[in-house]
Design a protein around this ligand. Structure first.
Ligand code: SF4
Ligand code: SF4
Ligand code: SF4
Length: 340
């Protein structure tokens, strides 16, 4: 009886959820590295630096969120899907859907930047240089990503007219924006290199600095996640205040001060539920069902993501309609392309 209860408990909240998350994140990060390398080879062909043609991997469009936001507004206003960067828009729509339904599961399980940020944090912890900012500094810093998000929403979702969007959509800049993004990382300006070095360095000292304070994408997902049906709930009558949940939480949430974790900072990693020593004190809840297996959330995150990918493939919304030769033409004049 005791044994069957224990195995049931293991299924509901397996202790290896942290390792599983690392594995899934590493898988997505490795895939992104591979896609980035293939795109680099395509770029070399596109700029005439090699004659060996390598097909362009559409998944690199995941790194064009502003183009995707413009594409979403165009879709809403005109009904036309962005067929220049269709994979970018599909990934953006998948991320929005994940935010609405599955908290910030995109951040917790898929995003490679989040994974790298977690690695920097672990290294900082081992080196004993990780520093938790006091609340008077943490709170204003937390607002920065929302300010950036509202700036983008104001400039694109609010201010841009359909005419301006169409003009941007067909501009040479938009046709070569993926190569521009690659160039930004391959040969950054002095200022950009300085900012990237600062962000990389501070991530070892302040936990998830970019994700927690600056990423507008994460801010948008966090706002959507406020309405998510998945919630971590705490039974205050059985909580022994051991704080194990808070020590493990990658988002530094004060779980023990809440009965329900509603904050947009929660990335749905479910590690808090897994480490809680009291049975049923912390649970992953859904409306009408307080206790669910914590595997449900990652399974739904990864499943939903792949449903979008397969649907886009089957319906012709994954591969760009722009022929490689046309892209090559614009890659060739990339240095002369001004921002519209
Ligand atoms: S906050 Fe931004 S960078 Fe960080 S994991 Fe989420 S989407 Fe990725
Ligand atoms: S780990 Fe569980 S028992 Fe410990 S403080 Fe958190 S909710 Fe309470
Ligand atoms: S509250 Fe729990 S599920 Fe949410 S980020 Fe923290 S540890 Fe992960």
């Amino acid at each position: 009886m005791e044994q069957s209860r224990a195995s049931h408990q293991n299924l509901i909240r397996p202790k290896w959820i942290k390792s599983l998350r690392t594995l899934v994140q590493a898988g997505f990060a490795l895939f992104c590295l591979y896609a980035g390398y293939r795109f680099y080879l395509f770029y070399l062909w596109g700029t005439g630096q090699t004659s060996a043609y390598v097909p362009r991997p559409p998944s690199v469009e995941a790194f064009l969120p502003i183009s995707a936001l413009v594409g979403l507004k165009r879709l809403i206003l005109s009904g036309n899907y962005d067929m220049i960067h269709p994979a970018g828009l599909t990934i953006f729509l998948a991320a929005l859907c994940l935010g609405l339904l599955l908290r910030k599961g995109f951040c917790g399980w898929i995003c490679p930047v989040g994974f790298v940020s977690n690695l920097a944090e672990k290294t900082g912890r081992k080196l004993k240089i990780l520093w938790r900012p006091p609340i008077w500094l943490d709170l204003p810093l937390l607002s920065l990503k929302y300010l950036l998000l509202f700036l983008f929403l104001y400039l694109i979702a609010w201010k841009m007219t359909l005419e301006q969007i169409e003009s941007f959509h067909t501009s040479p800049y938009n046709l070569a924006v993926d190569a521009k993004m690659l160039l930004f990382f391959l040969s950054p300006s002095g200022l950009a290199a300085g900012i990237m070095l600062f962000l990389a360095g501070i991530s070892f000292v302040m936990r998830n600095f970019w994700c927690r304070y600056l990423c507008p994408y994460g801010a948008m997902l966090g706002l959507l996640a406020l309405g998510s049906p998945f919630q971590v709930k705490r039974d205050s009558s059985t909580c022994i205040d051991c704080k194990k949940c808070e020590k493990t939480c990658p988002a530094s949430i004060s779980i023990t001060t809440k009965d329900t974790v509603r904050t947009g900072e929660c990335i749905g990693c479910t590690e808090c539920v897994s480490v809680c020593p009291v049975e049923d004190c912390l649970t992953l809840s859904l409306p009408g069902r307080r206790k669910n297996s914590i595997l449900l959330l990652p399974a739904a995150v990864i499943g939903t993501y792949f449903i979008f990918y397969i649907a886009a493939l089957l319906t012709g919304h994954w591969y760009s309609e722009v022929p490689p030769e046309v892209m090559r033409k614009f890659y060739g004049i990339i240095a002369e392309l001004p921002h519209p």
